[in-house]
Design a protein around this ligand. Structure first.
Ligand SMILES: Cc1cc2nc3c(=O)[nH]c(=O)nc-3n(C[C@H](O)[C@H](O)[C@H](O)COP(=O)(O)OP(=O)(O)OC[C@H]3O[C@@H](n4cnc5c(N)ncnc54)[C@H](O)[C@@H]3O)c2cc1C
Length: 283
């Protein structure tokens, strides 16, 4: 029997701009006393009321069956079903019973998705719902000789959390894509970390994206490393292909997740490519 998920209301108690397009929101909630962190890249599902309607989110199954819970969620009539989006818990402040989430404010006004729109205007006291947390399927190997973290803005919260957990002497390389220098972040780490920023993003994808070129230009040491890749799905695919096909990394040593899809929202059905990614990720 798996651990039941936590399902709780979240109330915004603070908001600040980390960078011009990254808004950090701190939340409190009645259920957060029971929040147990599961991994640096732990994800939660957040729910946003549709058109000012109710935040009706099904209760988690007592036996931890997530599939049944998801079926119950889908059974809510679409006009009332809250929007569901995935986010990373950037910090869990256990002593304060708070969690912190960093939201990328993507898209121009009127063109934002519901999560980005909510985060852009959130004020103290605003309420959403949370279900989770869950860890990614593939955990970063403790014994890896080095770690490589690659991603776009949506991956920065997880990358920051990973770096903060490194022990002195552990080596890590980061290749991160942000729109411009104002979106770069600084992280604290006890590890030995090299960070390479790529500017651009958002534009049309090429066969050889700048992020892949940045990975190619990174001088990875010998020994068995572990790579973690997240961000826009086609970009993640390109980086993964490079690491496995060109660098010869063992595919089991590459954790990858498409965090969002160009021109598709998280309400849209999986494409064939998404399904293949999910199957590959289980290897
Ligand atoms: C496990 C996991 C963890 C994640 N963690 C974070 C996190 O900590 N912080 C974070 O900001 N995001 C994170 N994401 C990504 C986030 O869930 C998506 O960006 C999501 O689509 C945002 O929802 P929305 O309602 O704003 O946009 P949607 O309604 O889903 O999409 C509307 C439109 O916006 C486009 N779009 C969506 N996201 C972006 C983007 N980032 N840049 C440009 N265009 C975009 C879509 O292609 C679509 O055309 C995570 C995703 C996953 C799967």
């Amino acid at each position: 029997m798996s651990r039941p998920m936590l399902s709780t209301e979240l109330r915004a108690v603070g908001a600040t701009y980390l960078t011009p397009h990254m808004r950090r929101i701190t939340f409190e909630g009645p259920g957060l006393a029971d929040f147990v962190s599961v991994a640096p890249d732990q994800q939660v599902k957040l729910f946003f009321a549709r058109n000012g309607g109710a935040l009706a989110v099904p209760a988690p199954a007592a036996d931890g069956d997530v599939t049944r819970w998801y079926r119950d969620y889908l059974a809510i009539p679409e006009s009332e079903r809250p929007w569901m989006r995935s986010y990373t818990v950037r910090h869990h402040l256990a002593d304060r019973r708070q969690i912190v989430i960093d939201f990328v404010l993507h898209g121009a006004e009127g063109d934002m998705g519901p999560a980005s729109r909510w985060a852009a205007t959130a004020r103290t006291g605003d309420v959403i719902w949370m279900y989770g947390p869950a860890s990614s399927r593939k955990q970063v190997r403790e014994q890896a000789a080095w770690r490589l973290f690659v991603g776009d803005e949506t991956a920065l919260p997880a990358i920051g959390a990973f770096l903060e957990q490194l022990a002195p002497g552990e080596r890590a390389f980061v290749c991160a894509e942000v729109s411009d220098a104002t979106e770069e972040q600084r992280w604290r780490s006890a590890g030995d970390v090299d960070v390479r920023w790529v500017h651009g993003g958002g534009g049309p994808r090429t066969n050889d994206p700048a992020l892949v070129r940045a990975v190619r230009a990174t001088r990875l040491p010998g020994g068995e490393g572990f790579a973690w890749v997240a961000g826009e799905a086609s970009l993640v695919r390109a980086v993964r292909r490079h690491l496995v096909d060109e660098c010869g990394m063992d595919r089991r040593a590459v954790a990858f997740t498409g965090y969002w899809r160009r021109h598709l929202s998280q309400d849209d059905a999986f494409t064939e490519e998404d399904i293949k990614d999910r199957t590959d990720a289980l290897e």
